[in-house]
Design a protein around this ligand. Structure first.
Ligand code: ZN
Length: 58
């Protein structure tokens, strides 16, 4: 399977993105394509969901 090396804009780690990854075509087309790793993706999604929840009254 083909791979491309991409750097996560959030944690700065480099990852080997495999051909079947949704971002692969984008990363191959442009070296400047924005890549967010699965871990950071999950974190962002989790945090935005947390923000949408009503805050508990003290
Ligand atoms: Zn990351």
């Amino acid at each position: 399977m083909k791979q491309v090396t991409a750097r996560c804009i959030m944690c700065g780690k480099t990852y080997d993105v495999a051909e079947d990854h949704k971002d692969y075509p984008k990363l191959v087309q442009s070296k400047d394509a924005v890549f967010v790793c699965d871990r950071c993706n999950y974190k962002v999604r989790y945090e935005s969901e947390e923000e949408q929840k009503p805050k508990k009254p003290m």
